[in-house]
Ligand binder design. Structure first.
Ligand code: B3K
Ligand code: ZN
Length: 869
């Protein structure tokens, strides 16, 4: 009987496979309308093989042509839309046998961008998590690791370049204008790391020598007109390779490493073995077209994908529930890499602050909402929905906590043991934890709760100072709200860095390990009432419940030697005042002034310290969100900062100029960030006075950071000249899709402006623009996602118009690209947190989407979980 209930996959139902593969040979004749895939699979019985078990291969949207076993046509099989089940295997499948399959797929019709597809006339693949099954029938699961040899064939005039994983063995000219290339990957890999690329591409290349003295060829492949924008990505790749050798002793294991850029891509990039495929957004950069943030993102995504070569590819995941094993660890590695590239201690703090901001803005809401899941989920309906900020960013925080508990050297010992034990294997998060524990002889049994429990823990702080005994008593208690399917939580193992700040400056930082529900510590020889600095450097991903006085917070904001906590205290002060609808008082304005004018502090740090907590983070502090109230209270606070410090902003705007031509280093980027904040603050305070200066910056900038910041200032502050500059911007950059994306995104993410028409009116207009394309994910994200997910003040309208737009967009996108639609579907996750009429309207539109009978599994899971079904 067919049931309409969605299928759930459960972690505890993992079974090792009945069969596995030895050598895999693929022969792929590429044609957009009809690609013929021939596979030859050496099948072996799996470790726990059940005799006479059928061989069940996954396959989707394939046209089956033929099946042979050991060279003979085989007729004992069954086809469903998802599987090919083969019965009557030679000797009940107890001995190795060879399966040969021929099937056909249609890349030009593939708009989901999973499997084999066409973009700008070239072929690309995306196989993680389950895209390989759209190319051929296979054991498409990460614990089946096989050696691949791939023959690619295509018409040479249209597809002169043919790339696949590993090393190029031969190329050959074929009859009728076709040619072929044979690639072999020496390392066994799961199917999700398979990749091929074919088309009219060119590359820049470099040869480098790695630590063992081996020569390696590095290539970055792009469309010919983009070659001039690849230098930064190449430099980032070289820096990543050297960093991994130095920090972890991990060397590049292939003779050749390639990155290819594609403009139609569901996410940022993909770590296919030796053939990384990237969204153009994370490869192409030149100062004229990319901002400082783009440059930094490219560096970190290039590093991330490269680091996967060891953490993900050499050691991979047993099943998809273990995704954080590779993603959390690799994000941690790329964060550490980027921090090291900053070149200074305060630069490291800047990177840490940025990462924590992301965590709080995106992951904390997820962890408190209907899609909350542990970093190692227990259940999913569609794995693509679990490439989440929890698995990635909270996963990285969990890895960071090992390093906090063990020290950098202890962590390295754990990594060494992990590779020694598991190189070439598909393993679990438990294996990683065991390596960390065993290498350091530590008991991490309680630490496992970070893998099994969702939700952001809350740590309550109580303090008491005993002047007579010169003792300071600290009591910490932890709790964690319930999560879907998790009514009770066990206590977490929480590392907290603390320091007691005194005038004598005589207490040093300590690491406390909170393991009980409630635990106390006594500090002796404390000669005066100290100010507590806790969770320094954000040593644990928690919320603090600590009624620290505003006087103490101000002291920390002005003096804490931990730059992260200095920033943190300022954020807390601002947050409290905004939530209470207060404006900054004289003391706070003075503290901001001192910080801004302190010559010892990094400009980038100053910019972060003066940036207010995001609206979505403020929402999470409320029992019942009134989005308009939060927006106006935050905006009023900002306006007060702008006008209270207008002399300083004007002075900084001049001081932070970088007149000697564009430089991309962190110091120069920090100056630009602070200068552009100053510009935005001046416009906030007195737009009519400063708009000419902003227009001037827009017109004369020699780099995109400055040009875009000026344009954004004009648009956001509703300056009349904005329209003309927006038109000019489009004209200038109309042939550069990544810049056109910025143009769209800026307009879609504009907050409400007094007297101007609502942003949504613009968004409807943008959707009709000649350059808008519903099947290009970057373009869709720059218009639709930017409005629904990065513009809370315009999205949440009391008349529900934003939600109506959302529902229509989700339903329109779903048949084209379920992954991109499902991401958008999550915009209403937190509906229960809102006041009326917002809450009721969101609920109604969620129901409307859920009522659609033909939803993809991706969107179905998101909306049904949001509705609590
Ligand atoms: N591993 C890929 C993400 C694949 C997403 C599939 N839906 C990129 C990364 O994390 O490096
Ligand atoms: Zn990754």
């Amino acid at each position: 009987m067919k049931t309409d209930l969605p299928q759930s996959f459960r972690r505890l139902e993992y079974r090792s496979p009945n069969y596995t593969f030895g050598q895999v040979e693929l022969d792929i004749a590429l044609d957009p309308a009809r690609t013929i895939v021939k596979s030859r699979l050496e099948v072996l019985p799996g470790k726990s093989h059940e005799p006479s078990a059928p061989l069940i291969l996954q396959g989707q949207e394939l046209e089956f042509v033929s099946l042979r076993i050991n060279g003979e046509a085989h007729r004992h099989f069954e086809l469903t839309p998802e599987t090919l089940s083969i019965h009557s295997l030679p000797n009940d499948g107890k001995d190795p046998f060879v399966v040969e399959i021929i099937c056909i797929c249609v890349p030009e019709k593939n708009t989901s961008l999973m499997g084999l597809y066409v973009s700008n006339g070239n072929f690309f693949t995306q196989c993680e998590a389950e895209g390989f099954r759209k190319i051929t029938y296979f054991l498409d699961r990460p614990d089946v690791m096989a050696k691949f040899r791939v023959t690619l064939r295509a018409r040479e005039a249209e597809y002169p370049v043919l790339l696949a994983n590993g090393n190029l063995l031969t190329t050959e000219k074929l009859p009728n204008g076709w040619h072929s290339a044979i690639w072999e990957d020496p390392f066994p890999k799961p199917s999700y790391l398979f990749a091929l690329v074919a088309g009219k591409l060119e590359c820049i290349e470099e040869t480098i020598t790695t630590s063992s003295g081996a020569r390696k060829l590095l290539q970055i492949w792009v469309e010919p007109h983009d070659l001039k924008k690849t230098r930064h990505a190449m430099d980032s790749l070289i820096a990543s390779i050297h960093w991994d050798e130095k920090r972890y002793g991990l060397e590049l294991d292939l003779e050749r490493f390639m990155i290819v850029a594609v403009s139609d891509f569901n996410m940022g990039a993909m770590e296919n073995k030796g053939l990384n495929i990237f969204n153009t957004k994370y490869v192409l950069a030149q100062p004229e077209t990319a901002t400082d943030v783009d440059f930094a993102n490219i560096e970190s995504v290039v590093a991330h994908e490269y680091f996967h070569n060891w953490t993900g590819n050499r050691v991979t995941c047993q099943d998809w529930f273990q995704l954080s094993l590779k993603e959390g660890l690799t994000v941690f590695r790329d964060q550490e890499f980027s921090a090291d590239q900053m070149g200074s201690e305060s630069g490291r703090a800047v990177k840490r602050i940025e990462d924590v901001r992301t965590l709080r803005q995106l992951q904390f809401p997820e962890d408190a909402g209907p899609m909350a899941h542990p970093i190692r989920p227990d259940e999913y309906q569609e794995i693509n929905n679990f490439y989440t900020v929890t698995v990635y960013e909270k996963g990285a925080e969990v890895v960071r906590m090992y390093q906090t508990l063990l020290g950098v050297n202890g962590f390295r010992k754990g990594m060494d043991l992990y590779f020694k034990r598991h190189d070439g294997q598909a393993v679990t998060c438990d294996n990683f934890l065991a390596a960390m524990a065993d290498a350091n002889e530590r008991d991490f049994s309680q630490f496992k709760n970070w893998y099994s429990q969702a939700g952001t823990p809350r740590v309550k702080v109580e303090e008491r100072y005993d002047a007579a005994q010169k003792q300071y008593h600290l009591t910490l208690s932890q709790s964690c709200a319930t999560s879907p399917g998790q009514p009770e939580k066990k206590p977490f193992h929480i590392p907290l860095k603390v320091r007691l700040l005194t005038t004598a400056n005589d207490h040093v930082e300590q690491l406390l390990e909170l393991k009980e529900t409630k635990q106390s510590w006594t500090f002796d020889n404390i000669n005066e009432l100290p100010v507590l600095s806790i969770n320094r450097h954000f040593s644990a991903p928690i919320n603090l419940d600590f009624a620290q006085s505003e006087v103490d917070l101000l002291r920390l904001f002005s003096n804490d030697d931990d730059a992260f906590n200095r920033w943190e205290s300022g954020q807390k002060l601002a947050m409290q005042m905004i939530l209470e609808n207060r404006l900054p008082d004289v003391q706070l304005i003075n503290a901001y002034r001192n910080l801004l004018m302190d010559p010892k502090l990094d400009s980038a740090f100053k910019e972060l310290a003066l940036t207010l907590p995001a609206e979505t983070y403020l929402y999470e502090q409320c029992a019942c969100v009134d989005p308009e109230q939060i927006y106006s209270s935050r905006r009023a606070f900002r306006r007060a900062l702008a006008s209270g410090l207008r002399l300083e902003w004007a002075a900084l705007y001049q001081q932070m100029q970088t007149p000697d031509g564009f430089k991309s280093d962190a110091i120069s980027a920090g100056k630009r960030a602070l200068k552009n904040l100053a510009l935005s603050m001046l416009l906030e305070a007195d737009a009519p006075i400063w708009s000419a200066m902003a227009v001037n910056q827009y017109q004369n900038a020699d780099n995109m950071t400055d040009r875009y910041a000026a344009l954004a200032g004009l648009v956001i502050h509703g300056v009349k000249a904005a329209k003309e500059c927006l038109d000019d911007f489009y004209q200038r950059f109309a042939d550069d899709p990544l810049v056109v994306d910025k143009w769209f995104a800026l307009q879609s993410s504009r907050p409400p402006v007094d007297g101007a028409e609502p942003t949504l009116t613009d968004v409807y207009r943008l959707r009709e623009h000649e350059a808008f394309k519903m099947n290009n994910p970057n373009r869709v994200r720059s218009v639709i996602h930017a409005f629904c997910m990065a513009n809370p003040a315009s999205f949440h309208q009391a008349d529900g118009s934003g939600y109506a737009f959302w529902a229509e967009a989700v339903l329109a996108l779903d048949p084209i690209n379920p992954q991109v639609a499902a991401r958008l579907a999550r915009a209403l996750d937190r509906w229960r947190l809102f006041s009326q009429p917002y809450q009721g309207k969101m609920h109604a539109y969620l129901e409307e989407v859920a009522a659609c009978k033909t939803l993809s599994a991706d969107v179905r899971e998101v909306v049904s979980k949001a509705l609590g079904n």
